[in-house]
Write a protein that binds this ligand. Structure first.
Ligand code: NAD
Length: 256
């Protein structure tokens, strides 16, 4: 049974993971690390820094905090030979570099989406991409999300564009030539694959990938209704990673 510490343990994701990973029976939750005291400790101890913990009692640090928190965890894990799973998004190139440096010393998995359904929908979209004339993505999130479009939709667009390129298809050209209002046709992220971002209270994280050809359509929809949707992907990553140096970008390779 692997022993875990969750950095960002007082946050929305930290609390959901502490609850969800605890109930799987595969892990021992040692500590929740945060700048503020968590609402619920789920049987773990509370620490304000990884420095307060005994490295020999930990197998994996899970980080869902802030980009600065990721750098601190990467440095600590590399120094102490503890594996690292990172879900925090919004890292700068320099902060990503510090993760790469850590991966030269310990195992690191970093993913912008730990939901297994989201990873599979990206895979299915790449599979469908060569067979349809056009594709557009609609991503829908709660109104507290500060970035747009979502990292998940950008990754899906890149996967679709790559699959189209491999099939010898040209970049998509927008049939709309007259834009009455700028922005109505969404963001052109890669090779003309449009992404439309919706932000509404009450939503969590949702995405529709819409394919169209003459006479037929295919919609691949994924919904994260709850933060528990990330638990199984984080568990996969925590089970896969150990102190052996390596870097895993995303969890797709962990889902055969
Ligand atoms: P949140 O604001 O609710 O929680 C973040 C917590 O981290 C807070 O309690 C904060 O005090 C703590 N924190 C910040 N900096 C810290 C540091 N240096 N040391 C210790 N604790 C620190 O945010 P959230 O909704 O839980 O999301 C956290 C991160 O996870 C965000 O970057 C979000 O985009 C990302 N996220 C990723 C996925 C995924 O599948 N990869 C899914 C959901 C959220």
């Amino acid at each position: 049974m692997k022993s875990l510490a969750i950095v960002g343990g007082a946050g929305r994701m930290g609390q959901a993971l502490a609850e969800g990973l605890g109930t799987l029976g595969e892990f021992s939750l040692v500590a929740l690390v945060d700048q503020i005291e968590p609402r619920d400790l789920f049987g773990a101890s509370f620490a304000t820094s990884l420095d307060e913990l005994e490295p020999s009692k930990l197998d994996v640090v899970i980080n869902f905090s802030s980009p600065e928190g990721v750098v601190a965890s990467a440095t600590w894990c590399a120094k102490n030979g503890v594996a690292l799973v990172i879900g925090t998004t919004g890292l700068s190139p320099e902060q990503r570099e510090s993760v790469q440096v850590a991966a030269a010393h310990v195992g690191v998995v970093m993913a912008s989406n730990f939901s297994i359904g989201a990873v599979l929908s990206e895979r299915f979209a790449a599979q469908a991409a060569p067979y349809f004339e056009r594709v557009e993505i609609v991503e829908l999130h709660h109104d507290r999300k500060v970035d747009a479009p979502s990292g998940t939709s950008i990754a899906a667009a890149e996967g679709i564009a790559e699959a189209r390129r491999r099939a010898g298809l040209s970049p998509l050209e927008d049939p709309t030539t007259r834009h009455t209002v700028e922005g109505a046709r969404g963001a052109d992220v890669v090779d003309g694959v449009k992404i439309h971002s919706v932000r509404l209270p009450g939503l969590v994280a949702h995405q529709e990938i819409l394919f169209g050809s003459a006479g037929e359509g295919l919609t691949i929809r994924h919904d994260s209704f709850d933060r528990q949707s990330f638990v199984h992907g984080v568990a996969l990553a925590a089970n896969a990673v150990d102190a052996t140096p390596r870097f895993l970008d995303g969890i797709a390779s962990l889902i055969p």
